[in-house]
Design a binder for this molecule. Sequence first.
Ligand SMILES: NC(=O)c1ccc[n+]([C@@H]2O[C@H](COP(=O)([O-])OP(=O)(O)OC[C@H]3O[C@@H](n4cnc5c(N)ncnc54)[C@H](OP(=O)(O)O)[C@@H]3O)[C@@H](O)[C@H]2O)c1
Length: 190
Amino acid sequence: MSRILNSIVAVCPDMGIGKNGNLPWHPIRLSNEFKHFQKMTMTPLVEGKKNVVLMGRKTWFSIPAANRPLKNRINIVLSRELKTAPEGAHYLASDFSSALHLLDSSELEKQVDQVWIIGGSALYKEVMESSGPRRLFVTRVLKQFDCDTFIPDININKYKLLPEFPGVPTGLQEENGVQYVFEVYESTDH
Ligand SMILES: NC(=O)c1ccc[n+]([C@@H]2O[C@H](COP(=O)([O-])OP(=O)(O)OC[C@H]3O[C@@H](n4cnc5c(N)ncnc54)[C@H](OP(=O)(O)O)[C@@H]3O)[C@@H](O)[C@H]2O)c1
C-alpha cells in the first residue's frame, strides 16, 4: 500500500535542525510552533485510529523523559544498535523499510492512520529522497542559530510548495522575538 509519508521539521535558514542534541533555538521556546507540531502529528483523519511517529534514536532521547512516548501516537524508534525498544517507545525498527513494513503488520495495520517522520537528519534525508507520495511540513525559522545537524535543501524538482494546507496557519508568525513561517510541500515525482 502506498501511504503518504509526512515529514515535519523546523529549520534555520542554513537548513540546520539541531545543536548539541537539542533544537537550535534552545533555550528559547517556540510554544505555538510546538503546538502546531503536536496538532499535526496527533490528529488522525479517521476517528478511532492513531497516527504513527517515526524517529531516530537521538531524536527519541532529545524528547524530555516525562514527555516520552509522544502521547496519543504510536512511537517507533529507529536504531541499528539497540536490541529492544527504549523504555516508553512502542516499537523498535532496525531500518526505514522495516519500520514501514511494521505498519502493515496484522498488529498495526488496522490501528494506524497517518505516518509522521519527526527526525533526525538521516531519516528526513531518506524520506526526502525516497519514492511515493510524500509531504514536507516545514517551519522556516527566519533567524539563524548555531547548528550542528542539518537536512538537505528541498529539491524543487521533486517538491512543490502548496499555497495553503488545511489547519496550517499562513503568514508571518512571531514568538519570543523569533519570526517563522509554516510551509507545506508535496512530492511531484511519483
Ligand atoms: N528541528 C527539528 O524539527 C528537529 C526534529 C528532530 C530532531 N531535531 C534535532 O536533531 C538532533 C537529532 O537528530 P540526529 O540527526 O542527530 O539523530 P537521529 O536521526 O534522531 O538519530 C540518529 C540515530 O538514529 C538511528 N537511525 C537513524 N536513521 C536510521 C535508519 N535509517 N535505520 C536505523 N537506524 C537509524 C541510528 O541509531 P543507532 O546509532 O542506535 O543505530 C542513528 O545513530 C537533535 O539535536 C534534535 O533536537 C530537530
